[in-house]
Design a protein around this ligand. Structure first.
Ligand SMILES: Nc1ncnc2c1ncn2[C@@H]1O[C@H](COP(=O)(O)OP(=O)(O)OP(=O)(O)O)[C@@H](O)[C@H]1O
Ligand SMILES: [Mg+2]
Length: 261
């Protein structure tokens, strides 16, 4: 069964349709890369998945559960959004860490807030916080940052901050980890560092949706690629096939820009 099914999503801002009939699915353990020109709708699509935007039409199904159906108001209750969001871990271009908290505290924070609301928290606070801390330390370790746990964001490089942001997204055990141009704000050396981490997550069969302009990375790491053009999926398929042998003229034009570099 597909872990994620996106069915005929449409989204307009005012009279401009920015997503048209977006339809795809993703299998557990697979990585999907989304490529396309600026303004083609990639971020809007991710924002729809994370309930930051509400699609006008279509359906979003995770693990067989309909999280959103434009025809079913029961799936749109505001109070359910926070829990639904937990299915998706988000990593953005700008890392948005809390400057007043250490790397470790940034990774722990969301889990602490979540646990606080559960019954029995007060009686078991110490054990719960210890577990959260242990898990956060494991994640920082996995990101190669075990010696940076006590550092504040301003003491970290952009690449390190982004790896903290990835650890933070993983801390809530999302079904699907989503990246929106995770390396666009980084210089080439730090880009390599972050791509290496994402690559190792792919090797561990983490289910991921990755918006990226790193074509070689998409070709080598993603299983599937979607090429978006003016709000539609113009081409999709096996990552290597699409990137090395695109069939559509617009995909060829888009990819040729990267080949020249
Ligand atoms: N909140 C909004 N209100 C109005 N228009 C918006 C809004 N968000 C996005 N758009 C428009 O939707 C279109 C798609 O934008 P989006 O940010 O999804 O593109 P993108 O593919 O992520 O581009 P980039 O590669 O530059 O990040 C653009 O024309 C953009 O101006
Ligand atoms: Mg974008």
């Amino acid at each position: 069964m597909a872990i994620l099914e996106v069915r005929n999503i449409e989204k307009s801002f005012g009279s401009t349709k920015v997503l048209k009939n977006i339809d795809f699915s993703l299998e557990q353990g697979q990585a999907l890369a989304i490529i396309g020109s600026s303004g083609s709708g990639k971020t809007t699509l991710l924002r729809c998945l994370n309930f930051l935007e509400r699609p006008d039409k279509g359906k979003i199904v995770v693990q067989g559960e309909t999280l959103f159906d434009a025809d079913d108001p029961a799936t749109m209750r505001e109070k359910d959004v926070r829990m639904k969001r937990l299915h998706f871990g988000m990593v953005f271009q700008s890392f948005n860490l809390f400057p007043q908290y250490t790397a470790l505290e940034n990774v722990m924070l969301a889990n602490q807030l979540l646990e606080k609301e559960k019954p029995g928290f007060k009686e078991h606070k110490k054990e719960i916080y210890a577990q959260i801390e242990e898990h956060a330390k494991e994640l920082l370790d996995k990101m190669g940052l075990s010696d940076r746990a006590d550092h504040y964001p301003h003491q970290l490089s952009g690449g390190q901050q982004q790896r903290v942001a990835i650890a933070r997204a993983l801390a809530l055990h999302p079904d699907i980890l989503c990246f929106d141009e995770p390396t666009s704000a980084l210089d080439p050396e730090l880009t390599g560092e972050v791509l290496k981490v994402i690559r190792s997550l792919a090797d561990q069969n983490t289910t991921m949706v990755i918006v990226t302009h790193e074509m070689a990375f998409a070709r080598d790491v993603a299983d599937q690629v979607i090429f978006m053009d003016e709000g539609i999926i113009l081409e999709q398929g096996d990552a290597r096939q699409v990137i090395e042998h695109p069939t559509q003229e617009r995909t060829k034009q888009f990819l040729s820009r990267f080949a020249e570099k």
